[in-house]
Ligand binder design. Structure first.
Ligand SMILES: [Zn+2]
Length: 154
């Protein structure tokens, strides 16, 4: 299941990526280009834009909530999906690309010394070269998901 989020949903796109969902973010106004991309890449459009024209063959989720946590619950509820612990933290939050594991040695000069000393596992994004580890913005994700009760296993 792949998503395409319209420009007002940048934060939600980042959250869906944290959960491991393939979530592209479309930051332009042009509805035509949005629909073509959704069709070409078989993506479900997620939007808060009521005026967005409905196109045949494309599933669209129209969100009502304004708050990010509620949007997340609404999205997963509408699509009858749950956060899967196995897939979490597998995508770059910024560019949606799948992350790859890298050796600790190889990041020695690229992360703060404190991080290098305290962390064992690192992953990197092949597109933007960002390096991630458990202590980064992922830190409080589990807590948030627990609060939201998005997955019973988390
Ligand atoms: Zn990236």
């Amino acid at each position: 299941m792949k998503f395409l989020l319209t420009k007002e949903l940048g934060r939600l796109a980042r959250w869906l990526r944290i959960l491991g969902f393939d979530s592209e973010y479309f930051n332009q106004e042009r509805a035509g280009a949005l629909i073509i991309k959704a069709l070409r890449e078989s993506r479900i459009i997620i939007t808060r834009n009521h005026k967005l024209p409905q196109a045949r063959g494309i599933k669209t989720v129209l969100l009502r909530n304004e708050k990010i946590h509620e949007q997340l619950i609404e999205t997963l509820g509408e699509l009858h999906i749950k956060a899967d612990k196995e897939r979490m933290f597998s995508r770059c939050i910024i560019c949606n690309h799948e992350l790859e594991e890298v050796s600790k040695k190889s990041v020695r000069d690229k992360v703060p010394e404190y991080v290098f000393k305290t962390q064992e596992n690192f992953v990197t994004c092949p597109r933007c070269n960002r390096i991630y580890w458990q202590g980064t913005h992922w830190g409080n994700v589990n807590t948030t998901l627990e609060k939201l009760k998005l997955s019973q296993e988390i």
